[in-house]
Structures are given as C-alpha cells and as structure tokens.
Design a protein around this ligand. Structure first.
Ligand code: SF4
Length: 741
C-alpha cells in the first residue's frame, strides 16, 4: 500500500493551521497537526482532522445538478452550463442586469482561487445587487478601518504574542480559533500572556471558555460594547492619561474625539452596559498603565446596532494610549503577496449607490444582506429575479431566514456553486459543485493580511481532481464567460490567460509598479512555469514587497521558492508600518471621522434604554463552522449542542426546566428549542448557536438532518442594522421566552 505524508494549510477557519496528512493510496488515513509548521507548531482542532471525511462524504455533490419538476438530477457539466446560459440571458435581456443578484459566502475568503475569480464574475454580471457574509460579520470593522486608516483591509491586528494586556470583547477564540487575527492555538497564546505576568480581560455576556481562562471576565449587556469603550476613552482623557507615543505626528482629530466622548462618563453608561462605573474606571486605568496593551473586538461587538462605533472606539483606545503600531499593541501586517508600491491615498466614500427598496447605502461595492429578500420580494423595475450563490448558505446565516427562504422559492432562476444540496441550494435550478478542499491547492491571500505573524504557505492539492470534476476557479470563469455573452462553451483557461495578460499590461504601464516599463512578454514568459490561478498568485508574490521583481532581486520570493518550503515560512513578528501603511487622503490616522462622530448622539440616546427585556445572543462552538460541518458524524455526535442557554434565575422565573423545550419568540419568528440552564450566561440574556436548522425538505444532508437543531436566524429581524456599515444586528435581539403550550 503506497503511503505518503502531505503538508497543507487547513482552510476551514482563519487560524490557518499546518496539517500533516497521511495518505494511503487514494484515501486520507489520518490528519495531525504539522509539528514542523513554524506558525502552528502542531496545533490542530477537531475540525482540521476531518478534511478526509468531507472528501468521502457520500452527500457531497460530485456532478452538477439541474432541478426538473422539483427534483434535482445529475447532469453533465455541458448540460449545466448550457442551462445557465439558456435561462440567464433571456431574463437579463428582458429585465436588465439589475434583475440579477449574487450572494458570496464566507468560504470564498479561504480560497485564493475564488479570491481571484470572483471579482471578474461579479463585474461581468453587471449588477449592483452584490451581497455577502460580510454584512452579517465584519463589515463594521472594514468601515471603521477605511475611515481611520484608509482601507477596509488596513486593519490593526492584536500582537498577542508580545502584549502584556489584552482586552477581548465579543470574541471567543477558544471556540472560534480567532477572527481578524489569524493565529493558530489561541488558547496557548493567551495562556502565554498570563504566564509572562500579563492580563487578559474578556468582556462578554457569557462566561465563555475564553473568559474562564482569562484573568478577568466582565459580563456586559449585549450590544453595549461601544458605550463601554467610549467610557474608557472618557476616563483616559479625563485623567490626562493620553500618550500617543510615536504616533504624535500621525494623528488627526484627537481634540474632536475628546469632545465627542464627553457624554459617555462611566456613570452615564453604567446602567445601560451593566458594568459599574468603578469597574470601567479601573479597566481604563489598567489599560493605560500597561506597558504593551491592545483592545481587540470581534463578532459580538460588530453584529450589533453600534458595530462601526465599537470598532472605531477600540482603535481610539489603542491610539490614545500609544499602543497602535507598536510591538505588543495593535499592529499592521506585511503579507507576502501585498504590492510593494505605496497605497493609493483617498477618502473612503460609501453610499455611491443604494439598495432599491430600503435605500440602504453600499459599502465596498456591497449592499447589506439584511435587505436581500426585500429586493426579491418587492415588485417593480429592478426587482431581483435571478440569484447566484457562491459557497454560501444565507437561509441559515442571514436575518429573518423564513422570509428569505420564501423569497428564494419565488425566484425565476437560481444558480449555486456549492458542494452540498442544503437549505439554500435546494432552491437552485442549477448546482455546480466544486471539488473537495484536498483536491485544490491553497494559499491564504486573505488571512496573510490578518495574521499575527508574517507567515506564508503554499500547499499543492493533496489529491488530483476526480475525473469529471471541474475546479472552482474554472467554474467561476465559465460563469463569467456566460455572463459576458460568450456562451457556455468558452475555454476557461483561454479567458484566464487573457485576464492575466491584461493584468501584466496594467502593471508594466503603472509608474508605481516595481515592474514598470518591463516587457510584458518577458513577464508572462516567466510566469509560464505555473498554470491557472497560480500564475496570477506568482505575479502577486513577485511584485510584492519581498518579491524577486522578475529577476531584479535574486534573493526575492517567487511562488516556486515558497512551494519549496512544505511547512510554510515564518518571516517573523509584525513590524511598525506607520506612516507607509496609511492610505487616508491626509496620510494621517483619522481619529475622528465625521460619519462616526455624527453617529455618537444615537449611541448617547441608547444610554436611556432601560434594558429590562430578555435578549438573544449567538454563540460559537469548536466543532462547528458557521452553517456547515454538521454533516460530519464525528463533529456532531455526543450531547446535542443546539440548545437555549438560560441563567438559573431566568429559568426559575419563567418555569423552564433543563432539557425540556422552551418557546422563543421575536418580532421575526418563533422556535422551540431544548433548554440548557447555566450560570455562565448573564441574567436577562439567552443564547442559541447559529448555523443549525437542517430540517428543510429537499436538502441532502443525511447526518445533519438526524440532528437538525433550530435556525436562530428565524428569530433575527432584518430591519435593524448598523447604519454606517449596513451590518445586520444578530446579537441583542429582543425575545420572549416561555414554556410551549
Ligand atoms: S483551528 Fe481552524 S485552521 Fe486550525 S485545524 Fe481547526 S479549523 Fe483548521
């Protein structure tokens, strides 16, 4: 029996752990953490060891499907693409390009092939109805960073390996493995902070595993983090603790921020946040006094009505204590495939267009997914009649799921690029399945930009693609060709070559490019050792800040050189990058962006809320990954995890019993779910994990449907959003909890 070990990055979450995969013949025998990986050093979570099971899952789609008379049937790729061309183009001709929408799911961020192919597809569709998982996730962070630093991905990352004092809000990296801060083994890295005498403070309505391991847990009321952070800034200004350090010459708007936080004295926010004024003062003083400190907020702070203000306030604290851009604080990254040229400076201007029905502004070319169903259900010119979903399951992951489910049913045509017949894709007329992750090569374009160390790894595919399958890159390029009117038989490799030639052409004619003035034929010739999307990746690395600039720097990096390092390459800790990294029009850190300062009166008005009713929050689980992985037996076996966490005092008051069902009702819908009584949740708050609800007819998830759980997004309301980012409000949902009749 032929046996080998393949090394690969795990693509399932943002931690990017290195895996050592033992392969016998054509099957995975075992997956372990790669001890020789310089970043993850052998760390792995239970999900990472299941990549072989995902490949072997009998429910995974191997061939395209077409829905005929309500039933999905296997067809050839030719039939599938022909059906897309035949159905899409007449609708576009009759109703225009705005009758088409696209939803882009989170797994796209984990695939460099999709990163490269999606933009041309979305452009070819010619629609402004672009939606993604970003507006149920990190969009507030992108918006605040764009205002403050000049770009949605110019994002400071907590330097957790060197900090002495880390304040974590709304994040549970012991379960999620971290987000917008790529780091394998968060538990080990947080423990190391405590071991070196530092402090970890976790602010969360639940006493999560992360909170249990921390030095302090602050059980805040959901949705109020922005007020707590503003109050901490108030204390730092009031007690004259501001110290910009090396940032002194790079900050605009300090006085404006000092004035803007005046309404947020600790006593003013204590009632609403549920954090007493003395604690707020102490948190602020300890943060300001720490040698190296960082505030890090994530999904619980972002998926709320003040997500952008909370994201901004976290960075305000980092800036006014001199902790931005210094080791142990919040630092910017230097990803391998990032251009060597300086950033283009300009002001961030969202709202270049708005959604048709609710008139919600775009940000970074996207509309809020909270209004996607409105665009399908509301008649009139521009009504969405066609939807493309690419690696997404919005029926489980976006608000007011029941309404979206009904909206998908009413579409004229739907195409899904997805490996499963799930709660969303069951509505699709055509499903185009990509190969499993082990049959794809991998490079983290997105997460090297968010990594706590300067690290990169290229992994070739562990297995060749199965016969009769098509790469996801080629699927997306074929769809692009169809949208461009080139028909279903266009050759994707010819199109990719043409796009690459265009990209090389624009680089050599760009005076800021490191290959300005070079012969495009020479550049294209040098890229020819690779094929497909790897050519574009090689180009990005070679013109990146460590690149060989096509022979100009013989020591420089190329994709081939990176590929020689099977365990990845650690280029070291993050380095200070200000002012070079800043892309604001002023070239400064804009500490007081007008749009954010103008949103503070809305926050101030909320301080008067009595906050007496019950509210619902989500929760992460180590063995779950958003809406998927519930079809992998080893990840769902054991005690069922889709439960309603309730504090014992609330359970007693409401007559709820452990293990018995509770009825949870919101403005949007009602669910029944088993109760789990725990004092780890704040009184007045209940919690349901998200991504469950696998009981839809017509889906094909044999393991998941055995333990379907409930879809928490039946309860979330699509109406409230964070107005600056359009992000949905998924935490702090008012609910009524009772025993079922
Ligand atoms: S922590 Fe994330 S990247 Fe690491 S093994 Fe688990 S799922 Fe994969």
């Amino acid at each position: 029996m032929a046996s080998r070990i393949a090394h690969r990055t795990c693509p399932l979450c943002e931690a990017t752990c290195g895996l050592a995969i033992t392969v016998e013949d054509d099957r995975v025998k075992v997956i372990r953490g790669d001890r020789d990986n310089p970043f993850s050093k052998g760390f792995i979570c239970p999900k990472g060891s299941t990549l072989g099971r995902l490949r072997d899952d009998p429910d995974r789609l191997r061939r395209p499907l077409i829905k005929r008379n309500g039933v999905h049937e296997e067809v050839t790729w030719d039939e599938a693409f022909s059906a897309v061309a035949e159905r899409l183009l007449p609708i576009v001709e009759a109703h225009g390009t705005q009758s088409v929408a696209a939803y882009v799911g989170n797994p796209n961020a984990h695939s460099f092939q999709n990163n490269l192919a999606l933009r041309p597809l979305l452009k070819a569709l010619g629609t402004r109805n672009i939606f993604s998982a970003s507006t149920v996730d990190q969009m507030p962070r992108q918006v605040s960073c764009a205002y403050m630093f000049g770009g949605g991905l110019i994002t400071p990352i907590p330097d957790i390996d060197r900090t002495d004092h880390l304040v974590i809000l709304g994040a549970n990296p012991f379960e999620s493995n971290g987000s917008l801060a790529t780091a394998p083994d968060w538990p080990g890295r947080l423990e190391a902070i405590l071991d070196r005498g530092g402090q970890v403070v976790v602010v969360d309505p639940r006493r999560t595993k992360t909170a249990e391991a921390a030095s302090e847990h602050v059980a805040i009321r959901p949705g109020t983090d922005a007020a707590l952070l503003a109050a901490m800034a108030w204390v730092i200004f009031d007690e004259d603790l501001v110290d910009l350090g090396l940032l002194e010459r790079h900050v605009a708007g300090l006085d404006a921020v000092a004035a803007a936080v005046l309404p947020f004295a600790p006593e003013a926010v204590a009632g609403w946040t549920g954090v007493d004024a003395d604690t707020i003062r102490r948190l602020a003083r300890e943060f300001a006094a720490a040698e190296r400190a960082c505030v890090y907020g994530r999904i619980g702070t972002h998926t709320v009505a003040f997500g952008t203000v909370a994201s901004w306030a976290a960075d305000v604290l980092n800036v006014i204590t001199g902790n931005l851009d210094r080791p142990g604080g919040a630092m910017f990254t230097t990803p391998l495939a990032q251009p060597a040229k300086p950033p283009r400076r300009k002001s961030f201007t969202p709202g270049r267009w708005s959604s048709r029905v609710r008139e919600l502004p775009e940000a970074f070319g996207e509309l809020p997914v909270a209004t996607m169903a409105d665009e399908m259900l509301t008649p009139g010119e521009g009504q969405v009649r066609v939807l493309f979903t690419i690696a997404g399951n919005p029926v489980l992951t976006t608000p007011d799921a029941g309404r979206l489910d009904a909206a998908l049913e009413g579409l004229e045509f739907m195409v899904s690029v997805d490996p499963y017949l799930n709660e969303t894709t069951r509505h699709a007329d055509v499903i185009l399945p990509p190969p499993p992750v082990l049959e794809k090569s991998h490079f983290d374009l997105a997460f090297t930009q968010l990594s706590v160390r300067d690290y990169a790894m290229y992994s070739p595919a562990v297995f060749p693609m199965a016969e009769d399958s098509m790469s996801e890159f080629d699927i997306l390029v074929k769809l692009t060709a169809i949208a461009m009117g080139m028909g279903p038989h266009a050759d994707p490799s010819m199109l990719a070559e043409a796009a690459l030639a265009q990209q090389v052409g624009s680089e050599v004619s760009d005076p800021a490019s490191p290959i300005h003035g070079r012969d495009p034929g020479e550049i294209l010739g040098a890229l020819s050792e690779w094929s497909g999307p790897e050519k574009a990746l090689d180009l990005m690395i070679r013109i990146g800040h460590r690149g060989d600039r096509f022979g100009e720097d013989p020591e420089g990096w190329t994709l081939s050189k990176l590929a020689e390092h099977a365990h990845g390459v650690d280029f070291g800790p993050l380095q200070p990058r200000i002012p070079d990294v800043l892309a604001t029009a002023s070239g400064l850190i804009e500490l007081a962006p007008a749009a954010i300062i103008e949103d503070l009166p809305r926050l101030e008005a909320s301080l008067q809320s009595n906050g007496n009713g019950m509210v619902l929050v989500g929760r992460r689980e180590l063995r779950s990954n958003n809406s998927w992985l519930h079809n992998v037996e080893v990840l769902v076996k054991g005690t069922h995890r889709c439960t309603l966490e309730v504090h014992p005092d609330d359970a007693e008051r409401l007559g709820l019993r452990d293990g018995e069902p509770a009825k949870v009702a919101s403005k949007a819908g009602t669910v029944e779910i088993p109760v789990k009584i725990t004092d780890a949740i704040r009184p007045g708050v209940v919690s349901i994990p998200y991504g469950w609800g696998h009981d839809a007819s017509g889906s094909r998830l044999s393991v998941a449907s055995e333990r379907p759980g409930v879809n928490t997004n039946v309860l979330t309301d699509a109406e409230p959003i964070d107005p600056l980012s359009g992000n949905a409000v998924l935490n702090g949902i008012p609910v009524e909890v009772s025993t079922p009749a």
